[in-house]
Write a protein of this length. Structure first.
Length: 315
């Protein structure tokens, strides 16, 4: 996959099937758009699948406030690559783009990307003051020679599946429901760092530590049942999201995971921690002994869960 970023000038030479949007989370609603693109590629192998998105959520620029995202830009790259996208265009959301009239946006996009087919959702908006929508795309289709597919929203429990819906469920700690909406398990990805080194030497419970990106949405502070992907294998465990309130000093927000029956040194490795279910809220304990006792109970609960709910791929 070719990743085009940091430029508002973009061009590809091959004919394309294009989808545009924020694609935060790449949830089940987005999956319908991807399926249409894959169908068109099967019909015409000369077509390239192109995704057009922005480097920051537009509301971050418009509201001048940092936004928490379901998937970071780096995570999006891997997700789109895994489903067979040929080009990912990450356009900077500059003032020029923000103020561009929708007619000009259509002309530059369709011409520069040689668009033959386009697929969008019914809620897609673009151009200055969000004046452009799928109806405008329909009106210009014959002029520019592309075919437009408009995909209706799919629903869960009577509500449209959207990034906002997923974000609300994760923010409430409802990981099972959030994962149903996504169509996969919500995850945090990163490099294993050295922590305070209290896990194995002090508590007798080894852990791996991730420092999530500042723009990554996290579930509420607490303990979760998780599966960690490492070198193509999956390992069950429990994960604490939070600031370690029992440990003295200032502790940054982190994702700390105990992997069951794993003693391998993983420092510096890239891993993906996938969240399955919330166990409890984060608490401040009166002593490290009390914390250790609770962690042992959490581990016992987790082992029982994985004995009955999930088969993990192991050597």
């Amino acid at each position: 996959m070719e990743y085009i970023k940091q430029s508002i000038t973009f061009e590809i030479k091959e004919p394309s099937v294009l989808s545009l949007g924020k694609f935060d989370g790449l949830h089940r609603g987005h999956e319908l758009l991807m399926n249409y693109m894959a169908e068109k590629k099967r019909e015409n192998q000369e077509l390239k699948a192109v995704i057009f998105t922005f480097d920051i959520p537009p509301r971050e620029q418009l509201q001048n406030a940092p936004a928490q995202v379901l998937t970071t830009n780096q995570e999006k790259v891997k997700l789109f690559e895994s489903i067979g996208i040929d080009y990912l265009i990450e356009c900077p959301f500059t003032r020029e783009i923000m103020c561009m009239e929708p007619e000009e946006f259509i002309d530059r996009t369709v011409t520069g990307l040689h668009v033959k087919y386009m697929v969008v959702g019914t809620d897609f908006r673009f151009g200055h003051k969000r004046r452009g929508d799928y109806r405008m795309l329909e009106a210009y289709a014959s002029r520019y020679g592309y075919e437009l597919k408009v995909v209706d929203k799919i629903q869960e429990e009577g509500r449209d599946i959207s990034s906002t819906f997923v974000r609300e469920e994760i923010s409430a700690g409802n990981m099972e429901k959030a994962n149903r909406l996504l169509g996969y398990e919500f995850f945090v990805e990163g490099t294993i760092l050295h922590g305070r080194k209290l896990g194995k030497p002090v508590l007798g419970i080894p852990t791996i530590n991730l420092q999530p990106p500042s723009d990554k949405l996290l579930p509420p502070f607490g303990v979760y049942l998780t599966v960690t992907e490492y070198q193509g294998l999956e390992y069950p465990g429990i994960t604490n999201v939070g600031c370690k309130p029992t440990i003295q000093g200032e502790n940054p927000v982190g994702v700390e995971t105990h992997l069951f029956d794993v003693s391998e040194d993983m420092y510096g490795a890239q891993v993906k921690v996938k969240f399955l279910s919330r166990v409890r809220k984060e608490h401040r304990f009166d002593s490290l002994d009390a914390l250790k006792l609770q962690m042992e109970q959490d581990i016992l609960y987790g082992r029982k869960y994985f004995d009955t709910h999930r088969i993990i791929r192991r050597d």
